[in-house]
Write a protein that binds this ligand. Structure first.
Ligand code: FE
Ligand code: FE
Length: 162
């Protein structure tokens, strides 16, 4: 594949995750508000702050490739967040609500991990060293968040739901 094509694909995928991060940024406070356990609410609040940083890092990557920071509607994240909304509505005031919120949030993190992993590999191929660093920093935070959510799931929340 010629470098030019991979470059276009890289920018397209940047737009996809930029859109996704902005939607996630809007959703996390709603998920925090819905969460019953303090631990889960704190995890959502913390990741809300981190997500602001993810958006800023993406804006730096756009700058590095000389493109305006613009999102492109990402149907995948729309669907994942829509499912999270359904859980909040259908399991409101039940003991399974937090388990459902955790599952929805982990689906979001896994989507992000997949995107950032791909972008990092492509940035490396394209010789964009500074972009690799920025994408890797965010990737590490997404993985750490996923780990935290896994721990909360196995300790508190699922026990309560059962
Ligand atoms: Fe993120
Ligand atoms: Fe995330």
């Amino acid at each position: 594949m010629p470098e030019k094509d991979l470059n276009a694909l890289f920018v397209d995928t940047l737009k996809d995750i930029y859109y996704a991060e902005k939607q996630i940024y809007k959703s996390l406070p709603k998920m925090a508000k819905a969460a019953q356990s303090d631990e889960l609410r704190d995890a959502f609040d913390k990741h809300h702050d981190e997500t602001e940083g993810h958006i800023e890092r993406l804006e730096k990557v756009f700058e590095l490739v000389g493109k305006p920071a613009r999102g492109k509607k990402c149907d995948a994240i729309e669907g994942i967040l829509e499912e999270g909304k359904e859980v909040m509505e259908e399991y409101e005031d039940t003991s399974a609500l937090d388990a459902g919120l955790l599952a929805a949030a982990q689906a979001v993190e896994h989507y992000e991990i997949s995107r950032y992993g791909t972008l990092k590999t492509w940035a490396d191929k394209l010789g964009l060293k500074d972009a690799v660093k920025l994408l890797d920093q965010t990737l590490a935070e997404e993985k750490k968040t996923d780990d935290t959510l896994s721990k909360i799931a196995t300790t508190a929340v699922n026990a309560e739901a059962a």
